[in-house]
Design a protein around this ligand. Structure first.
Ligand code: FPP
Length: 235
């Protein structure tokens, strides 16, 4: 099937970009609306940004959708995010081939209701041969992921564990190293996102709230990244 995306470059200098999508609640509050309203618009931003990154030819894009700590939020808000996700998992199926998207869900899926979990597993299976990786971090925590990886290696009988072993046991084993993390919403922290993978990542923070973030802002973050000198510990 003809691909809908025309990639600008088969070999984009960024191989893996991550987004911490913050500010939905404040965006809604500014409009006198409940937080759920912000998540609804945030989901629209997610779709545009995801399509744009694949369109640019970036091999892997990761979105921090729901952390292991986000369960502490009011039930109504948690339910609204799960509902958005459930609807999106139905909608995205028709785009997998057309957009060459490969979805991978980062995090322990066992806590989700059967219906939602089965949709995640089915989408991972249907898209497993596609090119552009879209990692959705759901019930995800960076420390939790490292513990999961080490336990997996231990269960496999590994005695001396190397860095490569850990990288390949993480949920992100299919993705290249992380180059750039973009965080919206003004806070200057990582919040337990891709802790192992961000060892040499560049960080980009913007005050824009996630629902206001757009494809021009993605381009600005990438341009900023391209003007940085990465030394990876060298000189
Ligand atoms: C952080 O903003 C946002 C979240 C914890 C949820 C992110 C969820 C979405 C963008 C919807 C994703 C939907 C799909 C279909 C992938 P916040 O609520 O902490 O904002 P605040 O800091 O202003 O309170």
């Amino acid at each position: 099937m003809a691909k809908k995306f025309i990639t600008n470059s088969e070999d984009h200098p960024i191989k893996h970009i991550g987004f911490i999508m913050d500010g939905n609640g404040r965006w809604a509050k500014k409009r006198g609306m409940p937080r759920e309203y912000g998540h609804k618009f945030g989901a629209e931003t997610f779709k545009k940004v995801m399509e744009h990154c694949c369109n640019l030819g970036i091999k892997a894009t990761t979105f921090y959708v729901f952390s292991t700590e986000n369960w502490k939020r009011p039930q109504k808000e948690v339910d609204s995010i799960m509902k958005l996700l459930d609807r999106y998992l139905d909608d995205c199926k028709k785009e997998l081939d057309e957009y060459d998207l490969r979805f991978i869900f980062l995090g322990d899926k066992s806590v989700f209701p059967d219906g939602l979990r089965n949709k995640m597993i089915e989408i991972e299976r249907l898209s497993s041969q596609h090119k552009y990786i879209v990692n959705l971090a759901l019930n995800y925590g960076g420390r939790d992921e490292i513990v999961y990886a080490v336990n997996k290696l231990y269960a496999d009988g590994k005695e001396r564990i190397t860095e490569d072993d850990i990288s390949s046991a993480l949920y992100t084993s299919e993705s290249p190293d992380l180059d750039l993390i973009v965080r919206t919403g003004g806070d200057l922290r990582i919040s337990n996102f891709l802790l192992w993978q961000s060892a040499y990542a560049e960080l980009y923070f913007t005050d824009k709230l996630w629902p206001d973030f757009n494809t021009d802002d993605v381009d600005a973050a990438i341009e900023n990244f391209l003007n940085r000198k990465r030394r990876f510990g060298g000189v």
